[in-house]
Design a protein around this ligand. Structure first.
Ligand code: OAD
Length: 231
């Protein structure tokens, strides 16, 4: 059975109203990565960091999955082999669109993590500074998201999937953040056919066998239709 591994980034949620990072007016033009997305930034100003993620959690809670999220869930349901969705996104829109077993390599806004003991629990809508861990009562709860300088989650599982992939698709990501940006090489080395679906060619577009340009809500359903063939 042929396995499809899909990597998604902020571009797949753009049409759900969630801002990307590096497009014009994106999050990284409004905030400094060092301030809000590093362990050092959190140590320096936890209130700023909690506020940043509280705002993003509130925005994500209001967002609806779009046609691209739904098309990937359909692919998972109807493809005769396995379809593995790996996302860099911390929203829950793949799941809201019906996808199963999504691998959140950069964590998830809906989660809280105790920086002292590693316990995880469901984040309240608003996390505050000094929020106690329900397991050890330490007061340094943080959003369960991966920051720059930290190891993304589930890497062994992801590399295992890439090694067994027949197809690899990268959707809505600028390809500027590693290790995700190198997945295309891992998949290609395993003999997978690779495709990028993005609004514009990413930095690594030349590494893909095929590049499909346009908004994800249009390109992804069409790509899924092509893969599944006539019904
Ligand atoms: P970026 O903001 O870097 O890239 C978003 C990509 O989506 C760009 O290449 C856009 O061209 C594309 N795009 C925008 N709108 C689109 C649409 N409607 N349809 C299709 N594509 C569209 O976001 P990511 O690549 O996801 O990590 O960023 C990777 C990581 O960098 C994030 O997970 C985050 C960030 O810093 C951490 O915070 C650790």
């Amino acid at each position: 059975m042929e396995k499809i591994v899909i990597l998604t980034g902020a571009g797949i949620s753009a049409e759900s109203g969630l801002g990307t990072f590096r497009d014009e007016g994106g999050l990284w033009s409004q905030y400094r990565i060092e301030d809000v997305a590093t362990p050092e930034g959190f140590a320096r100003d936890p209130a700023l960091v909690q506020g940043f993620y509280n705002a993003r959690r509130a925005q994500a809670a209001k967002a609806e999955p779009n046609l691209a999220h739904r098309a990937l869930a359909r692919l998972q349901r109807d493809w005769p082999g396995e379809v593995v969705i790996v996302t860099q996104n911390v929203d829950g829109l793949h799941e809201a669109g019906g996808a199963q077993d999504v691998i959140h390599m950069h964590g998830i806004l809906a989660g809280a993590l105790c920086a002292a003991c590693g316990h995880r629990w469901t984040a309240p809508p608003e996390m505050s500074v000094g929020e106690p861990c329900p397991a050890c009562a330490a007061l340094n709860a943080r959003p369960d998201v991966v920051w720059f300088g930290e190891m993304p989650y589930h890497m062994d599982t992801i590399y295992d999937h890439l090694a067994g992939a027949s197809f690899f698709a990268s959707i809505g990501t600028s390809g500027q953040v590693y290790p995700a940006a190198a997945f295309v090489h891992e998949a290609a080395m395993s003999g997978a056919r690779t495709v990028e679906l993005n609004l514009e060619p990413s930095t690594g577009a030349s590494s893909f066998d095929d590049v499909i340009l346009g908004p994800a809500s249009e390109t992804v359903p069409r790509w899924v239709d092509d893969l599944l063939g006539p019904r």
